[in-house]
Design a protein around this ligand. Structure first.
Ligand SMILES: NC(=O)c1ccc[n+]([C@@H]2O[C@H](COP(=O)([O-])OP(=O)(O)OC[C@H]3O[C@@H](n4cnc5c(N)ncnc54)[C@H](OP(=O)(O)O)[C@@H]3O)[C@@H](O)[C@H]2O)c1
Length: 238
């Protein structure tokens, strides 16, 4: 289902604004496969158990469902697949928001363990930001959900320690992505602009005026009709 459509990316080793980056392996903070409408919404409204993406339905992720990355043995192996499969390699932990983890009110359900069943697709420590934290939940396949009421900087520190030297993925939703980008914590971001106009929902861009000054930005449109946008944080002096 669409609620499972939280993808991510490659074992990039992008230099940061640091003098010694060339000799020191660094854990990067990455975002992958975050799908947005032409008007910048990463989800529609209202979110619910039946419609996790609100009125957007599955339209934000149809490009990804068609790829082999998603469909496994079937699916396309072209440019969309090449971008999509960067989601996983090199990731040692994920951070997500409370509204990605579950529908409104999940905190009132002591048995809620996320959308993804007994073996979630993260396979790493996964940190859920929420103002109503609960004890960790160990799932099959290497995913342990940890619940944190913490600032983005504190959450990233915890995730980085758990990632064992690998990169940390910010898995969404829109609010958490926006907060981590605004705090200057994101090294590489891959967005996928889907040719639909949602008109309402939660926008990624609010409060991020002049973001382009901090990132090298590339765009690639593919035959499916989406545009892949990559934002790579500039090194010092650029
Ligand atoms: N388009 C895509 O590719 C994509 C990817 C992932 C998810 N999504 C969708 O995006 C939607 C979720 O996005 P969203 O913007 O509504 O919410 P979100 O970013 O998933 O979560 C925001 C919530 O997380 C909690 N939170 C955030 N920062 C916190 C902090 N520093 N400390 C403690 N708690 C914190 C708060 O919840 P509480 O106060 O309730 O605890 C906050 O309301 C869902 O529909 C999901 O399916 C889309």
């Amino acid at each position: 289902m669409a609620a499972k459509a939280m993808a991510a990316g490659p074992a990039l080793r992008c230099p940061l604004a640091s003098d010694d980056y060339r000799s020191t392996p660094m854990s990067l903070t990455r975002i992958h496969n975050l799908s947005i409408s032409l008007d910048g919404f990463a989800t529609g409204e209202p979110q619910s158990m039946e419609t996790p993406f609100g009125h957007a339905g599955e339209r934000l992720h149809e490009w990804m469902f068609a790829t082999r990355f998603w469909a496994k043995t079937s699916g396309t192996m072209g440019a969309d697949h090449a971008f999509a499969e960067r989601h996983e390699p090199g990731i040692g932990a994920e951070i997500m928001g409370a509204n990605k983890f579950g529908p409104p009110g999940w905190q009132d359900d002591a048995d809620w363990k996320g959308w993804w069943g007994p073996n979630p697709p993260f396979h790493t420590p996964t940190f859920v930001l929420t103002h109503r934290p609960r004890p960790p939940i160990e799932m099959a396949g290497g995913t342990t959900f940890h619940f944190l009421d913490a600032s983005p900087t504190e959450a990233l520190q915890a995730a980085r320690e758990a990632a064992g030297g690998q990169d940390v993925r910010i898995g969404g939703g829109a609010t958490v992505v926006r907060d981590f980008v605004a705090a200057g914590l994101v090294d590489h971001m891959h967005l996928v602009q889907v040719p639909i106009v949602l008109g309402r929902g939660i926008r990624v861009w609010d409060g991020l005026e002049a973001l382009e000054e901090d990132y090298d930005i590339e765009a690639v449109s593919t035959p499916s009709g989406v545009t892949h946008l990559t934002f790579t944080r500039r090194t010092g002096g650029n």
